[in-house]
Design a protein around this ligand. Structure first.
Ligand code: SAM
Ligand code: SF4
Length: 331
């Protein structure tokens, strides 16, 4: 049944949902999790596959046609391909994307594509083994690259993007290798500005390597030509002028794209978040488990979305970092 489109109090249509399927992770990236991990959610606090599917199906009838599954690390969730299969039967979805650190892709790539995953983002911050180890606290670059290669070889796989968090004093040295990857592999490589969602609350603005700086460095090596930016796209995408590959910049801190943000998020414990930096969440798990019908759930979602934040306030006086880290929100 088709419902009214989902719209916020600033007139933005909501079309994109990020679902965190677990808060757990097999990596400990320095900008995301502390070395010792975090207190994980109890098993019964986490939404079950039927509950996730019900929320996604309902939202899809309100115009939320793009769904990305993330975490934590989504592939550590038991039977994850089965969830992908359940979601891919929802008629109104246009795409079903996955963001992963790639560690388990060698095992799961075939099953995920077969289950209906249409796009993949694989996060890789360094193409040098020791630096990858330093940043993720796991000596796993070879495993991740093997997973990426396995994924790319699956017949019928959709677009694969490689995402790197851009950190001043770290990422500069990675540029030649990432540029070479973008120019030779067919993966779109994208740099994401470091955001204040780290567990250690150690973020400072001067650690953000801005997209404009990266663009200038890359452009001086290989000239870049901008591609038209799709409305609501997070990335500014360029192609190399000689036609070999694409590169993108997600400048969330230096050039926020809140004005046309069409995204909402569902945490693993069933909280709806209307912004990465929300200080307020709306519980869907309790009404789901108390037997709320779709009309009641719809109203709860609409009320929450109506209050969606106009923009984030990173760098402004009074900015408060959310209690949840990126891993617990679902990036
Ligand atoms: N574990 C999966 C992965 O790493 O791809 C999915 C979850 S992870 C939270 C999603 C994305 O958020 C990754 O690309 C990661 O690099 C990014 N991320 C995590 N913490 C971040 C931060 N503080 N600033 C910017 N991006 C961050
Ligand atoms: Fe895990 Fe992804 Fe966070 Fe790294 S960025 S610790 S892989 S959730």
């Amino acid at each position: 049944m088709e419902r009214e489109p989902l719209v916020d109090g600033h007139g933005r249509l909501i079309a994109d949902l990020r679902v965190s399927v677990t808060d757990r992770c097999n990596f400990r990236c320095q900008y995301c999790m502390p070395a010792e991990g975090l207190p994980w959610l109890e098993r019964d606090a986490v939404l079950g596959f039927d509950e996730i599917t019900r929320v996604v199906a309902l939202l899809s009838t309100m115009g939320v046609h793009h769904v990305r599954l993330t975490g934590g690390e989504p592939l550590v969730r038991k039977d994850f391909p089965r969830l992908v299969g359940m979601l891919s039967t929802i008629q109104d979805l246009r795409d079903l994307a996955i963001t992963t650190n790639g560690f388990l892709l060698e095992r799961d790539a075939d099953a995920l594509v077969a289950a209906g995953a249409t796009r993949f983002n694989v996060s890789i911050d360094s193409l040098q083994r020791h630096r990858f180890h330093e940043l993720t606290r796991r000596d796993s670059l070879d495993q991740v690259l093997a997973g990426l290669a396995k994924l790319a070889a699956v017949p019928g796989v959709g677009p694969v993007k490689v995402n790197a968090v851009a950190l001043r004093g770290f990422t500069e040295e990675e540029l030649p290798a990432f540029v070479a990857l973008a120019r030779t592999s067919g993966y779109q490589v994208r740099f994401i500005e470091f955001m204040p969602l780290d567990a250690d609350h150690a973020w400072t603005r001067d650690q953000v390597l801005r997209g404009a700086e990266l663009h200038a460095m890359i452009d001086s090596l290989h000239p870049l030509v901008p591609l038209e930016r799709e409305a609501s796209a997070t990335a500014r995408v360029y192609r190399f002028a000689d036609g070999q590959g694409q590169i993108g910049f997600i400048n969330s801190v230096s050039e926020p794209f809140c004005g046309d943000c069409n995204r909402i998020r569902l945490t693993a414990d069933g909280r709806l978040r209307t912004c990465l930096f929300s200080l307020h969440e709306t519980d869907l798990r309790e009404p789901l488990r108390a037997g709320a019908d779709d009309d009641e759930l719809e109203q709860i979602v609409r009320d929450a979305v109506w209050r969606k934040e106009l923009k984030h306030h990173i760098g402004e006086p009074g900015f408060i970092q959310p209690a949840r880290t990126m891993s617990a929100i679902g990036g």
